[in-house]
Ligand binder design. Structure first.
Ligand code: GDP
Ligand code: IMO
Ligand code: MG
Length: 427
């Protein structure tokens, strides 16, 4: 079997964790390829609820090998806190493999993330404050510290020294904070070295061999298409590439081995943090969506901004990621609306746009052009086939499929593993 990529189609929190978990029984490896503990995936298995941040969602499935790829940024304290919490609940985490090339989040990255946001004032991005952006910035500036550096103390100290040289000037002279010493960072990192060593591997090689042996590899994206640093609503994005292209660079698996790209898309839209959001509802309807969908961040607890489904965004995600299947989630949350608006195009200063505008200035001015669909009142959480769904729900799915650029192969009708209407096989 080839590699499969799973991405978020909107601004995150589409239900990627549940979708990955759903595929857990038919895949051999689940690889997280981007981001870090800015992600938050809530997964419900029976009467147990798990909140994962850094670990791949495949960790919950016995037999699956969870892999943290080279494209991920790792906060080692968070890694072991998550591992320990799962072990305490009886989840075996011993299969976890971590790339030797993944970059480490240092205490100074978290500090800079937070103070930089404060300095931006009204222009702040609303980051998760986990040090994600500054760690990727160091990676690109070639002053990052990687997992493999933990196994050579001399090199580790050199790398930290190199990273701190400029940063301490910045921290002391610009941000008015105290300087950070090489010793304190080295000490913190070295405390994790021995625990990390046995789980560290050349994950590109491992995955290449697994594919050669006919194993199935699922590449799980954190964040989502519109948060991609290249393709998203820059600068209101994260600092990695959650889109399907990022799955290759973030795992070492070449594009020729990827045969399927599954995009998870919510039946409406949410966004956490700052940035443009054409279908956002700032009125009572937005509050109702947030309440009905329990739209509060898994990572920061922040209320998520809510709005209607945006087919322009979905079409964009279909094109950028080469989507072969959509998994439509949280359809049950829309139960009880008389009419459901769907954004089919934008009006930008009097001009209709059927595709994402070229510039962010235009995107900030985009007003949704809505088409209205008839709602339904029936509880749909027990539906398992298309025929179990009310006619209007079926029509909503069909309409979204026609305007979103790829088939909808599964529909979520509740948070539980089994609360899914399967329309086509996903592997
Ligand atoms: P992720 O970051 O993309 O994995 O998504 P989050 O876990 O942050 O947010 C999705 C939330 O919706 C989680 O609380 C899931 O348990 C829940 N969820 C996923 N699919 C469905 C669904 O089809 N219906 C309902 N009601 N909840 C869902
Ligand atoms: P999952 O994987 C939703 C948002 C933050 C902020 C911006 C940059 O659960 O879908 P960062 O800390 O990454 O530098 O913040 O990106 N953001 C997310 N929003 N879901 C996520 O992850 C997110 N990860 C980052 O809110 O606007
Ligand atoms: Mg999330």
């Amino acid at each position: 079997m080839p590699a499969i990529v799973l991405v978020g189609a909107q601004w995150g929190d589409e239900g990627k964790g549940k979708a990955t978990d759903l595929l857990g029984s038919v895949v051999d490896y689940v690889v997280k390829y981007n981001g870090g503990n800015n992600a938050g995936h809530t997964i419900v298995v029976g009467d147990q609820t798990y909140a994962l941040h850094l670990l791949p969602s495949g960790i919950l499935t016995p037999g699956v090998v969870p892999v943290i790829g080279n494209g991920v940024v790792i906060d080692p304290a968070v890694l072991f806190t998550e591992i320990d919490a799962l072990e305490k609940r009886g989840i075996d985490t011993s299969r976890l493999v971590v790339s030797a090339n993944a970059h480490l989040i240092a205490p100074y990255h978290r500090t800079i993330d937070k103070v930089a946001e404060r300095f931006l004032g009204g222009a702040r991005l609303g980051t998760t404050g986990r040090g994600i952006g500054p760690t990727y910035a160091d990676k690109m500036s070639r002053v990052g510290v990687r997992v493999q550096d933990l196994f050579d103390e001399k090199i580790l100290r050199q790398k930290i020294e190199g990273a701190l040289e400029l940063k301490n000037h910045l921290l002391v002279k610009v941000y008015n904070r105290r300087a950070i010493t090489v010793d304190e960072v080295a000490e913190e990192f070295l405390a994790y070295a021995e625990r990390l060593r046995p789980m560290t591997a050349d994950t590109g090689l491992l995955l290449g061999r697994a594919l050669d042996e006919g194993k199935t590899v699922l590449l799980e994206g954190g964040q989502a298409t519109l948060l991609d640093v290249d393709h998203g609503t820059y600068p209101f994005v994260t600092s990695s590439n959650p889109t399907a292209g990022g799955a290759c660079t973030g795992s070492g698996i070449p594009p020729t081995r990827i045969e399927r790209v599954i995009a998870v898309v919510k039946a409406y839209t949410t966004r956490v943090g700052s940035g443009p959001f054409p279908t956002e509802l700032t009125d009572a309807d937005g509050v109702k969506l947030r309440t009905d969908g329990a739209e509060f961040g898994t990572t920061t607890g922040r209320p998520r901004r809510c709005g209607w489904y945006d087919a322009v965004v979905a079409r964009f995600a279909a094109r950028v990621n080469g989507v072969t299947d959509f998994v439509l989630t949280k359809l049950d949350v829309l139960t009880g609306w008389e009419r459901i608006p769907v954004c089919v195009a934008y009006d930008v200063d009097g001009v209709r746009h059927d595709e994402m505008p070229m510039t962010q200035t235009d995107f900030h001015h985009a007003r949704p052009v809505y088409e209205l669909f008839e709602g339904w009142d029936e509880d749909i959480s027990d539906a398992r086939t298309l025929d179990d769904l009310p006619k209007n729900a079926q029509q909503y799915i069909k309409a979204l499929e026609e305007m979103s650029g790829a088939p909808i192969s599964a529909v979520g009708v509740g948070p539980g593993r089994d609360e899914t209407v399967q329309l086509r096989s996903l592997v």
